[in-house]
Design a protein around this ligand. Structure first.
Ligand SMILES: Nc1ncnc2c1ncn2[C@@H]1O[C@H](COP(=O)(O)OP(=O)(O)O)[C@@H](O)[C@H]1O
Ligand SMILES: [Mg+2]
Length: 294
């Protein structure tokens, strides 16, 4: 049998790390650290590998976070043997020693054996559970969101809408649930409306409802103000078009146009009203918007 060596990670190991990650995480379908995180740590943090000849048979990848270090990936091929696991852990620990960490932590699936870890001095905490929240805004969306002045609203706004049970049930069944759970909507053949008109005298809860829907979906809330739309220099219609182009870069959004009758009035009349072009533009934009998933 070829001897196993432990050495530092090199850029050339990346292909094999990706393959190993695929093998190790297959049964554990919900890896805590994504492949992108593992690769980032291989390149920027600390990684050691076990190799037999050309073949990579194991890897241990860690990152420091102030005084605490985290192992973001640890895996060996099935027949690598427990000695390889133990040597990898030891090598990673040595590599991270200069950071002066107070402790090194690792999260592993419940079903996985603890052997190599406990043998290397890791202590098991039985009383913890792992939680995570998927961030409603991804990094690539930050600029677009800022540009249109969108934001994530606090949770529970939906629960705070008092009374109006008929309207709440209607929106819940027809809008919120189908948007929040598209796979369920598809199964039952429900096509969610993607544009909703809220109407009523001032103070009847239109803005409150729009915000509540965004909060409920955990989607960013983008409010378009007529005054700001006209600022761009290309007029209201141009401002609308530019805003919707930016909104298009967001995965999801609840776009709220308050006092819409101010910018988009009824069409027709002689002579045509000066905002007729804006109404036309808005109708076109809303139609395109409907074709989009989020
Ligand atoms: N169903 C409701 N439950 C709780 N507060 C409400 C409700 N409807 C309206 N409000 C409150 O009344 C005020 C006016 O509501 P708002 O949503 O701004 O009305 P609109 O946009 O129709 O003019 C807000 O302070 C809002 O919090
Ligand atoms: Mg309002």
């Amino acid at each position: 049998m070829t001897r196993t060596y432990i050495r530092d990670f090199h850029g050339d190991d990346l292909d094999q790390i990706v393959r190993l990650w695929g093998q190790v995480t297959r049964e554990n379908e919900w890896p805590i650290y994504s492949l992108a995180e593992v690769i980032a740590s291989c390149q920027q943090d600390h990684a050691v590998v076990a190799v037999q000849g050309e073949l990579l048979v194991g890897a241990a990848v860690g990152r420091g976070a102030h005084a605490q270090g985290w192992i973001v990936f640890f895996g060996t091929i099935d027949d690598a043997g427990s000695e390889v696991s133990s040597s990898l852990l030891h090598a990673l620990e040595r590599k991270m020693a200069p950071l002066g960490l107070a402790k090194l932590s690792v999260l592993i699936p419940e079903a996985e054996g603890l052997g190599a870890f406990t043998e290397n001095g890791f202590h098991v905490h039985h009383s913890v559970r792992y939680l995570e929240r998927a961030m409603p805004i991804q990094r690539r969306e930050i600029d677009a969101l800022k540009e249109v002045g969108g934001r994530i609203l606090p949770p529970h706004l939906w629960d705070r809408v008092a009374g109006m049970t008929h309207e709440k049930t209607l929106l819940e069944e027809r809008l919120v649930t189908p948007l929040a759970r598209p796979e369920l909507a598809e199964r039952f053949g429900v096509v969610p409306p993607r544009a909703v008109m809220l109407f009523g005298p001032p103070g009847t809860g239109k803005t409150t409802f729009a915000r509540a829907v965004a909060s409920r979906l955990d989607w960013p809330f983008v409010e378009l103000f007529p005054s700001r739309l006209a600022d761009g220099g290309s007029g209201l219609a141009g401002g609308l078009r530019a805003s919707f182009e930016t909104i298009d870069e967001l995965e999801h959004a609840v776009v709220f146009i308050d006092e819409v009758e101010e910018i988009a009035s009824r069409r027709g009349g002689t002579p045509p009203s000066p905002t007729q072009g804006v109404t036309n533009e808005l109708l076109k934009l809303v139609a395109d918007f409907r074709d989009r998933e989020g």
